[in-house]
Write a new protein. Structure first.
Lengths: 673, 96, 353
């Protein structure tokens, strides 16, 4: 399916207003949603401003509750704009892709689960937790769900809430501006915000809907540089933009407007400008209309991407380009002439680019607009193979040991899992690495070794990583919150803050192993590991920005929280496009109650009339490892095929918010190692 | 050696030891405190601390030694090496 | 230019220097990093495009080379002082596993090395290269059409080492000399660079003062791995087990103190001067001394150097000895032409004994 999905509506609960009408009116007036923070005491800080959702400025209820409310407001608003009734949702195949990085102790899939339930969305609900690129990625993956045929409608977006711990963490890093931020302008620093936004993306021709724009493509890339600072020359940003243009089948010259991440910090704005010049060249780059919406929305974190896309969509439809609120004078090292008028500037353009960057070196860019591709993509799908795999938990450090556990159906050892990563990676600086990062880096490194792959040169930018997790590292959360309690809001443990994101392990692993291709951290609760593999497979098949993707999963035993994993576990599989012994013959994705459909979808994409010889389910032996157990099942299936026990295997898992299935077949080629 | 020199030197050695231990823990170094050179640069090279580590260091210096540097104009000049940190602490205590 | 003028260029503006004493090689091949790792004393925790400073030691654990290791895709560029390229090659042959697949390419004479140092060195570079060189972090490098720009330096000011194609280097020299001239500077000799290195606590492998000393005494343990095997590792372990008894410490004096002088306190000998030079910035002698471990601390006034004419008191200090002007310069906001030093703290904050 090469047609670009249709964007038929969108909705917001933002600092500029709840609901599109208020949002648009404020946008066109040139209002800013940044004001004094009233929700909590900001006297410990040197900054006292934030962009809060009107009506909730003093609301200090549980952030999980606020997230849910913001989410429902934005979703209803989006459905109304798309002219979709709740009954329509029940009669169509609908999915949810949500960007959020909850700061609490819950598993991050909870919010998506509750939203989907309340709306009656029965299809898959995937949560992306990569901090500031979460909703940007959610939109990109939403497009994939339609293009891959898993669903017909996607509600894609993000939600975030401004809380005292978030404020404290950013403040301690020294990146908050004292007054409302001036992206690309003279004042250094950013202003935090919050809110929710959703876009409705659907397959064309399904119903009588107004197509407001086309979602042409997305690009993803990692910096592999630092936990909180972007790579100074914008290398990852540039790679994400190029990936988006390639996915969109668009050239740089076709982009009529760029909505930058533009946080206003010293590090981001200069790196981003370097990237623009690198991709567009100094002539085109110098004349490209660009602005940052954070001047009036603040930095809405996980909702930043979607709110900035919606800002652009609203303006594009009105023949305008969004402006940069608060901009007066350009800063050295940044773009000399961003759009900085008081109100959006009249501009007619067909195609827009929007980009975001996040902690852990994540970068994501989207291309969307009124213009569909001039010619449909003639690119063939590539075949996808699994060339390496490893499994890790107490008592298991290889696929063979995994097989013994499956055979015996006995739980793995109770002993604590010991690994010496420094000995396995002697030339990598592992100081300060937390348990989740350590486990993930170990399996990714071993999966590469199992495939006989040494990452070097250009391969680093063409190797990606998708991590399936359940939550943020419990130990880092504990350390961070304890530091707030013991030392006060002005002095949190900043190292712990950087590690408090669910995507921290994936970022640390990418940095340690210099993996710079497309990367993400996703969850569907149980089954997240298999989801990571399914996503890696479809990305390799349809995209051209990577040749290898590592699909990994990690669980960390949480001593400080009742929910979550009971044991440390991790699993890594290397998927690639080069012919290998085992092939990914088919994949399927459906709602949590739709396991049969996911399996049917996998069989359909395999297209074989033969029955599958082997069926592998999650083993109860790994019950205490919710993210990883489905990956173990996949690794076990792989092992069985390698050992010649079968020629085809089906691995399926019904997770908390989605069902996933994958069929592996033997190609007859021998495994290298 | 004269008593005042002897006092100074043992005082200094004690503070040096405590600063080394604090840095070892903060930077998760797997070496003996004695292996941390007193004149080792903290940032950029040497121990290779970064901006995130700097924030934590300032907090620890306050918590452990009562040394408040936040807001003081030339923090970067005071925290260049382990010895300069010891200097700042000794100064706070009124040692020459 | 006189030493004072050269010194002022480096400390207040920008200066240009020839670096003919520095070697430059590229080690490439499947196992390049592993081979380099085998001969260097430090953990090479360094990424592509970055630089790490390390040492090559002899079997006695004494530094013979001061090396920057610069991973460049899968090759490794080495910028080094103290040994010749042949000696480096011999070291690789002797200590790296002979099965390793590597190729050693001497980048000289195809390239020449020149260096720009000073609080406004970046300003000269931003005009000679492109403005985004300002964003290049310390200890990073990148390639441009006619060479490679390494941001390093051993003076404590902004420093850029440029490896430039030999057919172009004289032209580059003239252009840079002009740019540096506009910043109140000119050419600076190795002697002045070494003085600045001494003041800022940068190790100089070329000075004989380092003879007989290991990284323990030299305060270079940070460049020595605690866990890997490398030439000299056994000697270091032995020395550690025995316990070190002396350590290098910085000092200042008014005058009349030179390399080799013995240092005493009221009770007897305490050490020896290993390096000393007159510093215009301090207005006195800046130096380093090897002192008995128990006394090797900054802030001591009790030591002196007895000379024929007089007793020269010395004062031990922490390095860097100076409040480098580069700490006060922000390339995003300042320029040499608009500098305003009226509220700046002085370069030398201490006092002479």
């Amino acid at each position: 399916m090469s047609e670009s999905p249709h964007i038929t509506g969108w909705g917001v609960a933002s600092s500029l207003g709840v609901g599109r009408d208020r949002f648009c009116a404020a946008l066109l007036r040139g209002d800013s949603g940044i004001g004094a923070v009233r929700r909590f005491d900001t006297s410990p800080f040197t900054s006292h401003v934030g962009a809060m959702v009107p009506g909730y400025e003093s609301d200090d209820r549980d952030p999980a509750l606020l997230s849910h409310e913001f989410g429902m407001l934005a979703l209803h608003d989006a459905l109304a704009h798309a002219r979709l009734e709740l009954e329509d949702l029940r009669s169509m195949r609908v999915a949810l892709t949500l960007g959020t990085s909850l700061f609490g102790h819950q598993t991050t899939a909870c919010l998506a689960h509750d939203l989907a339930n309340e709306l009656g969305v029965s299809g898959p609900a995937i949560t992306v937790s990569t901090a500031c690129t979460s909703s940007t990625q959610a939109i990109g993956f939403g497009a994939d769900l339609i293009r891959e045929g898993f669903t017909d409608v996607v509600l894609a977006g993000g939600i975030d809430v401004l809380t005292p711990p978030l404020f404290a963490g950013f403040h301690a890093l020294g990146v908050l501006s004292e007054r409302p931020c001036t992206p690309f302008g003279r004042q250094m620093g950013t202003t935090l915000g919050e809110g929710a936004g959703f876009v409705v993306i659907e397959r064309g021709g399904l119903r009588d809907a107004v197509t407001r724009a086309r979602l042409r493509g997305y690009g993803l890339a990692g910096d592999a540089y630092h936990e909180t600072s972007p790579e100074p020359r914008g290398r990852g940003v540039a790679a994400a933009i190029r990936g988006a243009l390639d996915d969109a089948g668009a050239s740089e010259a076709e982009i009529g407007y760029f909505n930058a991440h533009g946080t206003g910090t010293v590090a981001n704005d200069t790196a981003e400008w370097c990237a623009v010049q690198s991709v567009f060249g100094s002539d085109l780059g110098g004349s490209l209309p660009l602005s940052s919406s954070k001047g009036h929305l603040g930095h809405a974190q996980s909702a930043a991407g979607v709110l900035e896309v919606i800002t652009t969509l609203e303006c594009m439809g009105a023949g305008l380009a969004p402006t940069t609120a608060g901009f007066e004078q350009a800063r050295p090292g940044g773009p000399p002439r961003p759009i900085g008028s008081k109100q959006p500037k009249p501009l007619v353009y067909e195609l827009a680019l929007s980009s975001n960057s996040a902690f852990g070196g994540s970068n994501c860019a989207l291309v969307f607009g009124k213009a569909e591709r001039a010619t449909p993509s003639s690119r063939e799908r590539r075949r996808v193979f699994v060339s390496g795999a490893t499994a890790l938990c107490a008592g298991v450090s290889s696929i063979e040991e995994l097989a013994s556990i499956y055979a015996a159906e006995s739980p793995p050892s109770e002993a604590e899992l010991q690994i010496d990563l420094a000995a396995e990676l002697p030339r990598v600086d592992l100081r300060g690495i937390d348990r989740a990062s350590e486990l993930l880096t170990t399996v990714v490194s071993r999966a590469l070794a199992d495939a006989g792959v040494r990452l070097k040169g250009k391969a680093r930018a063409r190797t990606g990583l998708i991590a399936g997790v359940l939550r943020a590292s419990p130990d880092s959360l504990y350390r961070f919150h304890t530091s707030l309690e013991r030392r006060g809001l002005a002095k949190p443990d900043t190292t712990a803050f950087a590690q408090v994101l669910p995507s921290a392990a994936q970022g640390a692993c990418a940095k340690a192993l210099n993996i710079r291709g497309p990367q993400s951290t996703v969850t569907i609760g149980e089954g997240s590991g298999l989801l990571a593999a399914v996503m890696s497979a479809w990305m390799l098949a349809r995209r051209r920005d990577s040749d290898q993707m590592i699909a990994a999963a990690v669980d960390v035993r949480s001593e400080h929280s009742a929910e979550g994993a009971l044991a440390d576990a991790a699993c890594g599989l290397l998927l690639c496009t080069e012919l290998a012994a085992i092939e990914v013959a088919g994949v399927g994705l459906a709602g949590p109650e739709q396991l049969d459909e996911a399996i049917a979808e996998a069989r359909r994409s395999w297209g074989s009339s033969h029955p599958v010889e082997l069926i592998v389910e999650r083993s109860n032996a790994f019950g205490g490892m919710p993210a990883t157990s489905s990956s173990f099942a996949l690794a076990h299936a792989l092992g069985a095929l390698r050992r010649g026990e079968a020629k085809s295997a089906l691995v399926a898992s019904s997770g908390t918010t989605a069902s996933v299935a994958m069929i592996l077949t033997s190609t007859g080629v021998t495994h290298a190692n | 050696m004269p008593t005042d020199l002897s006092d100074y030197v043992s005082s200094r050695a004690a503070v040096l030891d405590r600063v080394r231990r604090m840095l070892r823990e903060a930077m998760k170094l797997r070496i003996e405190p004695e292996s941390i050179d007193p004149d080792v640069p903290l940032f950029g090279t040497g121990l290779g601390m970064d901006s995130v580590d700097a924030v934590e260091l300032v907090v620890q210096l306050d918590a452990v030694f009562g040394l408040t540097l936040a807001g003081s104009p030339w923090v970067s000049a005071k925290l260049r090496t382990v010895n300069t940190v010891v200097d700042a602490i000794m100064e706070l205590r009124g040692e020459p | 230019m006189s030493l004072e003028d050269e010194y002022r260029s480096i400390r207040h503006g920008a200066a240009l220097s020839r670096m003919d004493h520095v070697g430059l090689v590229r080690v490439s091949g499947e196992d390049a990093t592993e081979a380099v790792d085998a001969i260097c004393s430090g953990d090479l925790w360094v990424r592509d495009g970055r630089m790490i400073q390390t040492l090559i030691l002899d079997e006695q654990g004494q530094p013979v080379a001061d090396v920057y290791v610069c991973p460049d895709d899968d090759a490794c560029i080495l910028m080094f002082e103290g040994i010749t390229t042949d000696e480096l090659s011999a070291s690789l042959a002797q200590y790296a596993d002979p099965e390793l697949e590597i190729e050693l390419e001497d980048l000289r004479p195809a390239y020449a090395l020149i260096s720009v140092n000073g609080p406004y060195a970046w300003e000269a570079l931003s005009k000679w290269l492109t403005p985004d060189v300002i964003g290049l972090p310390y200890l990073s490098f990148y390639h441009f059409d006619r060479g490679t720009c390494f941001r390093a330096g051993k003076t404590g000011e902004y420093g850029y080492d440029l490896a430039i194609r030999s057919d172009y280097v004289e032209h580059a020299w003239e252009e840079l000399l002009e740019l540096v001239g506009a910043l109140g500077g000119g050419e600076a000799s190795l002697e002045t660079l070494d003085l600045c290195a001494l003041e800022n606590g940068f190790f100089c492998v070329r000075h004989a003062s380092a003879a007989g000393l290991t990284p323990l005494e030299l305060q270079l343990q940070w460049r020595v791995s605690a866990r890997k095997r490398f030439p000299g590792a056994a000697s270091i372990e032995e020395r550690r087990a025995k316990g070190m008894d002396r350590r290098l410490t910085h000092f200042v004096a008014r005058e009349g103190v030179k390399t080799g002088d013995l240092i005493r306190d009221a009770d007897g000998p305490v050490g020896q001067v290993t390096a000393a030079a007159f510093s215009p910035g301090i207005g006195g002698v800046a130096g380093m001394a090897l002192l008995d471990l128990s006394l090797a601390h900054p802030g001591i006034d009790a030591f002196f150097v007895p000379t024929a004419n007089a007793v020269r008191p010395i004062r031990t200090l922490s390095s860097p000895l100076l409040f480098n002007r580069s700490l006060l310069v922000d390339p995003h906001r300042h320029t040499y032409g608009t500098r305003d030093e009226t509220n700046d703290p002085p370069l030398w904050l201490g006092s002479l004994p």
